[in-house]
Design a protein around this ligand. Structure first.
Ligand code: FES
Ligand code: FES
Length: 206
């Protein structure tokens, strides 16, 4: 999950250029070569997109440079996903994309159309806590709680990967999620307990 800020900016610029070219061709304004030579989108230009978040479809009008994290927090009011470093280094912003864990601060929202996005708000179903949420409470897997949504979403992705939930594997696979309160011992205990309760088929549906 580690992507440098420089790499992200390069990738974002490339993605934005492709999106801009595609939009201009799609509107019938320009041919392909003309679109390639055209200027990037003007400041304030927005793009209509549809995101599937927690089993619900949302249509948004966004600056194409908006990250998935900012789209979730600032445009969909899903503030459970936290902004820590905004640099891809802390894991506080972890969500699932088609069931795989990602740092949402490193993803462009416009590039996630048609994908299944799951945030901490989508984990409990029918008012029942997900086994990971219940286990984090039972084991005091937090102190201030700021990193907790990212820890739980990363753990949900880890359990769906089907790796053996040993202490060593959990610590290695959760190493991208930083807890400044140092609640690691209890976090590992919570994930081990939840691993015994999470149905693998259900884990793959997230
Ligand atoms: S806020 Fe995304 S990794 Fe820190
Ligand atoms: S519980 Fe405070 S940062 Fe993890």
């Amino acid at each position: 999950m580690t992507v440098s800020r420089r790499a992200l900016l390069v990738l974002s610029s490339a993605a934005l250029a492709v999106i801009t070219v595609a939009r201009r061709i799609g509107r019938g304004r320009l041919g392909f070569s003309e679109a390639l030579a055209a200027e990037p989108p003007a400041a304030g230009e927005t793009m209509d997109i549809t995101l599937l978040v927690n089993r619900a479809s949302h249509t948004l009008s966004l600056d194409p440079r908006t990250t998935l994290l900012d789209a979730l927090r600032d445009h969909l009011a899903l503030t459970g996903t936290k902004k820590g470093c905004d640099l891809g280094q802390c894991g506080a912003c972890t969500v699932l994309l088609d069931g795989k864990r990602v740092n949402s601060c490193l993803m462009l929202a416009v590039a996630q159309q048609g994908r299944r996005i799951t945030t901490i708000e989508g984990l409990a179903v029918g008012g029942r806590l997900h086994p990971l949420q219940a286990a984090f409470i039972a084991h005091d897997g937090f102190q201030c709680g700021y990193c907790t949504p990212g820890q739980i979403m990363s753990a949900a992705g880890f359990l769906a990967e089907g790796r053996p939930p040993t202490d060593e594997t959990i610590r290695e696979q959760m190493s991208g999620n930083i807890c400044r309160c140092g609640a690691y011992t209890n976090i590992v205990a919570a994930i081990k307990e939840a691993a015994a309760k999470v149905d693998q088929n259900a884990a793959l549906q997230l």
